[in-house]
Write a protein that binds this ligand. Structure first.
Ligand code: AMP
Ligand code: ZN
Length: 507
């Protein structure tokens, strides 16, 4: 029975590489998590849908996955226009609220989005402020050979490690120098790993350290949390493509300094074997910007009547390394595709349930929660029926080609040649990788009434029932009047829609 080797694009080498686990049978993955000073936008969430599909693929291929995502609640600076303030401190000052309350509120909001997008819980969420002691120890270990102190903090000297910025393919003029010009820096790209609190000021979040009272730098946090939980080197480090330019080169420099068994070789000492980056979700009208009032949060999509998993499907339709352009028109099309998938799975479940209740089935359906591995499917399904799941494996193993994998899911759903139990096993395994939760969704779940709608669902249903009666009695004048009345209130009646929409609320 065949299994395709997993190939992943390594940003360090800019090449597809075969995944070779460091610990046999295991996969250890670290994903840079959100800075919890505000709600995540849907672009941020694309990064976690991508990391989730990666994790699910590793599970499908039989690896025991340990996934860590961090929560940055200290130390992440704003861009140059704000001259390097801490994002959390800035938001807390603007709101006159405690940083800890802000962190808690937005962490919970982020977790709600994680759940709504059916992103699996990682083995561990590391919270940056829980690792301050470890950060101070890490910094103290590398300080003598790699850092220097200025009035404002402890800085990492990028010239002390080989090939700084190799991940970004950048010259040292880039990097942290773009964020904040600091007098006394030896190289433009040098970055603070510990920021001292300026004399006479107090911060809400500050700790004592050998370099004075202050707070850790953002890059230090990820080096410390990833190494502390997963051990250096671990298998895969993920993040959005913006992190390939500054944050990850800086993490790598710190990891080189810390591991330093062979500090001249970036690949051997970067901390992770493979560095992976998702491309951006883009939106033309600027609604992705968190500073622009109403911005594109997942909740905004829900308020407009879209099921959050339609957004997940939208992410899967593109390759994670391609830019993905968001529009509501595209999302509406994706929701229709999701609905078609759900209807097909409902039919499949129905046929399967009949079989089970008629006791013609040998097996009870396997628990799907943990997902199925390819090996399990290969054990449960006759070899001559394995073509589609093995083709799916081939596509997903080719650097997570989710858009081709979705086509194979469509084929598996309409395949009449496979016995029903085997079809259920194949579709469930595919869904365990894609994470669309198709077996638990009902078509009614996908019909969400937009928040702004003034009509209740019960009213719509009542008018539709009256209209159905009128049509049955061939009273087309009443039926048309009811249709127009609904249209005037924003509800489009979708007669004869092959996907079974009964009604839809206009944009
Ligand atoms: P942040 O909270 O700013 O650290 O971002 C969280 C994650 O979202 C990081 O991995 C970023 O690289 C990623 N990210 C930020 N903007 C986008 C976007 N428009 N599309 C996809 N990923 C993004
Ligand atoms: Zn990070």
């Amino acid at each position: 029975m065949s299994q395709t080797p997993l190939k992943l694009f390594n940003s360090l080498t800019r090449q597809l590489e075969e995944f070779q686990p460091i610990h046999p049978g295991e996969a250890r993955v670290y994903s840079c998590g959100p800075t919890v000073y505000n709600y995540p936008h849907i672009g941020n969430m694309r990064a976690y849908v991508f990391a989730d599909v990666l994790g699910r693929t590793l599970s499908f291929k039989g690896y025991k996955l340990t996934h860590v995502i961090n929560i940055t609640d200290v130390g992440h600076l704003t861009d140059d226009a704000d001259a390097g303030e801490d994002k959390m401190e800035k938001m807390a000052a603007a709101r006159a609220q405690s940083i800890w309350d802000i962190a808690r509120h937005y962490t919970e909001a982020y977790w709600a989005d994680v759940k709504a997008l059916n992103i699996r819980q990682p083995a561990k969420w590391t919270i940056a402020t829980d690792y301050i002691d470890e950060m101070i120890r890490f910094a103290a270990d590398i300080a003598a050979k790699h850092c220097y102190e200025l009035d404002s903090g402890l800085y990492f000297d990028v010239s002390t490690v080989a090939d700084y910025g190799r991940l970004a393919r950048a010259q040292t003029e880039e990097g942290e120098g773009r964020i904040e010009a600091v007098e006394g820096k030896r190289n433009a790209a040098d970055f603070a790993i510990w920021r001292k609190t300026p004399p006479g000021e107090t911060r809400q979040m500050e700790w004592d350290s050998p370099w004075g009272r202050g707070a850790p730098g953002w890059h230090l946090e990820c080096s410390v949390m990833s190494g502390a939980v997963l051990g250096f080197p671990f298998d895969i480090h993920t993040g959005g493509i913006d992190h390939r330019e500054i944050h990850h080169p800086n993490e790598i420099a710190q990891n080189q300094a810390h591991c330093c068994t062979n500090g001249l070789d970036v690949a051997a000492n970067s901390g992770a074997n493979i560095w992976m980056h998702n491309n951006f979700l883009v939106e033309r009208s600027g609604k992705m910007s968190k500073s622009a009032g109403e911005f594109l949060r997942l909740q905004l999509l829900i308020d407009k009547g879209y099921h959050p998993l339609a957004y997940r499907l939208m992410c899967l339709q593109a390759h994670y390394r391609s830019e993905l352009e968001f529009s509501f028109a595209y999302l509406a099309g994706t929701l229709a595709r999701l609905k078609r998938l759900v209807i097909q799975v409902e039919r499949l479940k129905g046929r399967h349930a009949e079989l089970v209740s008629a006791s013609m089935s040998q097996h009870q359906p396997r628990e799907r929660e943990e997902g199925w591995t390819l090996k399990q499917v290969q054990g449960d399904v006759e070899p001559k029926h394995l073509g589609l799941i093995e083709a799916f494996d081939e596509q997903i193993s080719q650097d997570l080609n989710t858009s081709n994998a979705l086509v194979l899911l469509d084929e598996a759903l309409s395949n009449k040649k496979v016995p029903i139990e085997e079809q259920v096993a194949i579709v469930a395994a595919m869904d365990a990788v894609l994470g669309l939760n198709l077996f638990d969704l009902a078509r009614a779940d996908l019909r969400i009434r937009p928040k702004a709608a003034t009509i209740t669902e019960a009213e719509i249903e009542a008018k539709l029932a009256a209209r159905k009666e009128a049509r049955a009695a061939k009273d087309f004048a009443t039926s048309d009047a009811l249709r127009d009345e609904l249209a005037a209130r924003g509800v489009e009646v979708m007669d004869g829609d092959p996907l079974g929409w009964d009604w839809k609320l206009g944009e």
